[in-house]
Design a protein around this ligand. Structure first.
Ligand SMILES: *Cc1c(COP(=O)(O)O)cnc(C)c1O
Ligand code: SF4
Length: 411
């Protein structure tokens, strides 16, 4: 496992590492300051030393609030408690409103459920032709490869499934999942998710990717993962060298707050980007975490610095026991209107609601089209100024002409 531990010493940006959490730890301000770097940088050590019980949590954070204390007693019944030491060190133990804390430390509010909350808010199980495969859109499937994550997000839309705390008993059957894709020629895009696919060993992941690549109609592969944020040590040069053999392969990460984008994370993302992997980010709009225009903008800008294109901003799903973390659509729209035009277009994600019950992702946008008829479109810009665009006449649709859609011999 030396390949995992020597990475940091070879980094040319060694000077910048002094700002990093490693320095924070060795300055004695964080926990685990006695753990040698060779262990700290080893993702398996991080996994073995996760915080998974109230006893551990209390020892590290004597200032647990009553809500957190009660929540952590009940943890592991619905969604497991699990936090990597690396990620835990991002928590400010003196700040009850710490945005990292709200994402991973259980709270008693999780046991309160409203009638409109669900265990499967996006209706995934009802769109599942084979266990572990969700086929909702015509040309792409969600392929769930594991129920494990490096840490558990309290608002997880797959709480029913991940960590297996609630007895869902997720058993992926790769053979059946791959058979379905092979026998369904409309599927051109496969999205590996879970749980976190990057918790599989390099070999297991490679075997999956190569079996998918062997299917002629599978054009596009992607991986949804929060590992670069929870466990950047896992993004090893060996993993990147393997992944780059399966292009076109995109990776969607999941980050919510600028504090998550540490030096370690930026370097891990740099390794993925250097392997030619386009990176996108998915955030969830969360109360106490990122439902503030300034925090959101700082996060989006930092993502660009990490070579990541913000992809989706999700309205928080109606997951059972998540009311304390859900922000309003009103606030989400307000934040969006403070982004478009006000900052780099590349930094602006698409805000979506995954329709309760299984309608899929629906974009929600601030209103820019004020009126539209056959003659004109009336639009407003980011400053609220109103403009008119004279509507054009429609010509003959392109695709009704032979050869209008490029034939595959050209590419
Ligand atoms: C989000 C999602 C996808 C991917 O959607 P894109 O908009 O293409 O990123 C595919 N399948 C399911 C079930 C999803 O939830
Ligand atoms: S990393 Fe993703 S799948 Fe895992 S707990 Fe968080 S939101 Fe859920």
């Amino acid at each position: 496992m030396t390949e995992y531990s020597c990475e940091s010493e070879e980094e040319p940006s060694g000077g910048r590492r002094s700002e990093s959490l490693k320095a924070f730890r060795s300055a004695g301000r964080g926990f685990w300051s006695d753990v040698p770097n060779s262990q700290w940088d080893d993702w398996r050590w991080q996994m073995r030393n996760r915080i998974t019980s109230r006893e551990q949590l209390e020892k590290l954070m004597p200032m647990l609030t009553p809500e957190e204390y009660a929540g952590s007693v009940l943890a592991n019944t619905k969604l497991a408690l699990g936090i990597t030491p690396y990620f835990f060190n991002l928590i400010d133990p003196t700040d009850e409103l710490c945005p990292i804390r709200w994402q991973v430390i259980p709270r008693i509010e999780e046991t309160t459920t409203a009638p409109w909350e669900m265990s499967d808010p996006c209706g995934e199980d009802s769109h599942s032709p084979v266990p572990g495969l969700v086929h909702r859109y015509p040309d792409r499937v969600l392929f769930l490869v594991t129920d494990r994550c490096a840490s558990y997000c309290r608002y997880c839309t797959r709480s029913r499934l991940v960590s297996n705390a609630a007895g869902y008993d997720f058993q992926p059957d790769f053979d059946r999942q791959i058979d379905y894709i092979r026998n369904t020629p409309t599927v051109r895009d496969v999205l590996l998710s879970g749980g976190d696919p990057l918790l599989l060993s390099d070999d297991k992941l490679e075997s999956l990717l190569s079996r998918l690549r062997a299917i002629p109609h599978v054009e596009f592969l992607r991986i949804g993962t929060r590992i670069p944020i929870f466990l950047p040590q896992r993004i090893t040069p060996a993993l990147c060298d393997m992944l780059r053999r399966y292009h076109p392969l995109f990776v969607s990460i999941h980050s919510n707050h600028p504090r998550e984008l540490t030096t370690e994370v930026r370097e891990a993302l740099g390794r993925l980007a250097d392997a030619g992997i386009p990176l996108g980010n998915q955030s969830v709009l969360l109360n106490h975490v990122n439902d503030d225009p300034e925090v959101m903008k700082a996060h989006l800008h930092k993502l660009l610095l990490c070579r990541v294109k913000p992809y989706y901003l999700y309205q928080c799903d109606l997951i059972a026991g998540s009311a304390h973390l859900r922000s309003s659509v009103r606030r989400g729209l307000k934040i969006m209107s403070q982004l478009r035009g006000h900052t780099t277009g590349y930094a602006v994600p698409q805000y979506v609601i995954d329709a309760p019950g299984g309608g899929g992702k629906i974009p929600v946008n601030p209103e820019y089209v004020l009126s539209h008829n056959n003659d004109r479109v009336v639009i407003r810009n980011f400053e609220g100024k109103v403009f008119e665009y004279p509507e054009a006449a429609d010509g003959t649709p392109m695709v009704s002409r032979p050869g209008a859609v490029c034939d595959s011999q050209l590419f």
